[in-house]
Design a protein around this ligand. Sequence first.
Ligand code: SF4
Length: 472
Amino acid sequence: MVVSAKPALQAASVEFDVKLIRKLDHAGPRYTSYPTADRFTEAFGYRDYLQAVAGLRTRGNRKPLSLYLHIPFCDTVCYYCACNKIVTKNRDKAAIYLSYLKREIEMQGQLFVGMNHVEQLHLGGGTPTYLSDAQMADLMAQLRRWFQFAADDVGEYSIEIDPRTVSGARVRRLREQGFNRISLGVQDFDPDVQQAVNRIQPEDETVKIIDAARDAHFRSVSIDLIYGLPKQNVITMAQTLTKVIKASPDRIAIYNYAHLPHLFKPQRRIAEQDLPGSEVKLDMLSLCIGRLTDAGYVYIGMDHFARPGDDLAVAQRQGRLHRNFQGYSTHAESDLVSCGVSAISAVAATYSQNVKTLEAYYDHLDNNQLPVVRGIKLNMDDALRRVIIQTLMCNFELSVPSIELAYPVTFAEYFAPEMEKLQALTQDGLLTIDADWISVTLKGRLLIRNICMVFDRYLHATPDRVRYSKTI
Ligand code: SF4
């Protein structure tokens, strides 16, 4: 992250400009990485990953690590789902997976001996709580065997839960097992919407789980919502928002549902005539932003809101916000080590991804090989653009002199074509540019992906955007 000398943003906020959004609502990446995962290739493999870790060791790396574990199983399928998951009721599958996952953790632990201090852990899926209480305890014990975890008040240890699969007692156990942040999938409280997406989740059950998380002293409770689902409209959204605000989570993410049935099979079960039109979607988004900011939430960026006292909002005010595969984070500059099918690691100047099927995952580990099968090694240009995109995404401003100090480039010359494109966005009122700063305006914040896309060299080389969701 480029250090900014300008006073940090006071209270990040946002302005909804419907004309601008209509004009610039193209498809584009979410930039949880740069280059984006669709640019990874099979030319990068297991040995390249080992080299990247060896490089860290040679440089005497002392930075704390971030860990991600992918648990791919779910009980039932939600029709909107675009995740890499396996829907099964056969719990034996989870037991087999866990034994291999533990093996991968051990192999990664051996690689990182002496530089295995961890300050961030995230369990995602699928449904991490598909694992039983005992299996979770076993998994956490294995992690602690191979990695050194920072104290609870320093580390950020989070888990995604499906409120339909846990009890209050299970939530308390998760806190005892070391998690201090919890994220609940809600999507929408309306029963018709829930029916239309095959995710029946009574409101009182969800609220009970939120209360249990507070009682168990989780440091942060986060809720995920989606706008654009079948049967949703402004009225159902208003009702859901009233309930969410009453439940008062620390963080709220509101994702745009991208209907891409040609890419994601479960979405073919959604009746297209039930989907809200783009005008209704914009009205819903406007409503969400208005209601949440009125309720005191701070706009963090992309689809995220947080209470002003939450670590994410504090980190943003202090210019310490970071972005990785799990979205926004307060732990900048950590190497990310990921385990499990399809998981993506970011170590030194590389990204590497594991195989996507269980069979191939087990085969690799049976052969004593880490299951890395694709990735990318960043060159200087990639690393420079990654810093620019991350800084804009997190801080909504970029100090040109700090880029020139950190990299051997004259910004105006190196990025001459990009500056021309940015000038056009300036005319639209998305940003301002002076000699030293590129600053995103309040109405430009919602369209931050459009601004970042200007710096994406790969997007311009092959502008094939059908695989991306719309930016709003
Ligand atoms: S949305 Fe979550 S719980 Fe639903 S099928 Fe996808 S991964 Fe599983």
